[in-house]
Design a binder for this molecule. Structure first.
Ligand code: KIV
Ligand code: NA
Length: 271
């Protein structure tokens, strides 16, 4: 199977909007084996900066570095052959100027082989989205609840409950789409905003805590698998991997302590 391309993803919008194309499927992946397992089922794999909390136990995505993102993105590219791999630009690596963003994005793409980057923000980031897009770097936007701005937003609650906030989020999405983003993630907004944006922009919208009417959906894989302990209400759990892991660790521990493991089967005979 040939790897999907960014233009192919962008061009899916027309068919999805017309009701003749399937929604886009995106999951996060941070490691090679998870990428291998999810890749055949996904259009896009996102190396999200959510790895800060999920993999590293950090309190937010704010401390995540370019080096962390590059290392995990390289593993995900090595573990995938079908999906478009998108890598998050971490906080502090792109907001300063379009030039800073270009240098950071080029570093991520060179180190990892990822096909695209994602950055958070709207009107203020539109010139940066244009700068990168015009220089061969496909950019995915991310509006609404933007976790890197947690210190300014004051938390992770849904956005867009006031008319002013709703208008700002719609304006943000339009700005990044018009600046050349090939798709836009809409996170944690009241549903009418997600629907309005999906109708307003000509590129696919990918929802998370947004609306079933978005052009695609994304979840953090560990949330969806029931592995990560704290999950927002928009997560549907498709499994209970935490219980699976804990039960197997308990069984292994019991067998080591009772000397039931290893047996002859797991032991090398002298000849
Ligand atoms: O970092 C991440 O996992 C994300 C998705 C939740 C969209 O940005
Ligand atoms: Na992210």
């Amino acid at each position: 199977m040939k790897r999907l391309t960014v233009p192919a993803v962008r061009d899916r919008k027309a068919k999805i909007a017309a009701g003749t194309g399937e929604p886009l499927v995106m999951l996060t992946a941070y490691t090679v084996r998870m990428a291998q397992l999810m890749d055949p089922h996904c259009d896009l794999l996102l190396v999200g900066d959510s790895l800060g909390q999920v993999i590293y136990g950090l309190p937010s995505t704010v401390p995540v570095t370019l080096e962390m993102m590059a290392a995990h993105a390289a593993a995900v590219v090595r573990g995938s052959y079908h999906a478009v791999v998108v890598v998050d630009m971490p906080f502090g690596s792109y907001e300063g100027s379009p030039q800073q963003a270009f240098d950071s994005a080029a570093y991520l793409m060179k180190q990892s082989g990822a096909a695209a980057v994602k950055l958070e923000g709207g009107v203020a980031m539109a010139p940066t989205v244009a700068f990168l897009s015009e220089r061969g770097i496909p950019v995915m936007g991310h509006v609404g609840l933007t976790p890197q701005a947690v210190n300014a937003l004051g938390g992770y609650g849904a956005r867009g409950r006031s008319q002013a906030e709703a208008d700002k989020i719609v304006g943000d999405a339009r700005a990044v789409a018009e600046a050349g983003a090939f798709a836009v993630v809409i996170e944690g907004v009241v549903e009418p905003i997600a629907i309005e944006i999906t109708k307003a922009v000509t590129v696919p919208t990918i929802g998370i805590g947004a609306s079933a009417q978005c052009d695609g959906q994304v979840l953090v894989a560990e949330d969806m698998l029931g592995l990560f302990e704290r999950v927002p209400r928009f997560v549907k759990r498709y499994g209970d991997m935490a219980a699976f892991v804990a039960e197997r660790a308990e069984a292994y521990a019991a067998e080591v302590r009772s000397r039931a493991f290893p047996t002859d089967e797991q032991t090398y005979a002298p000849r």
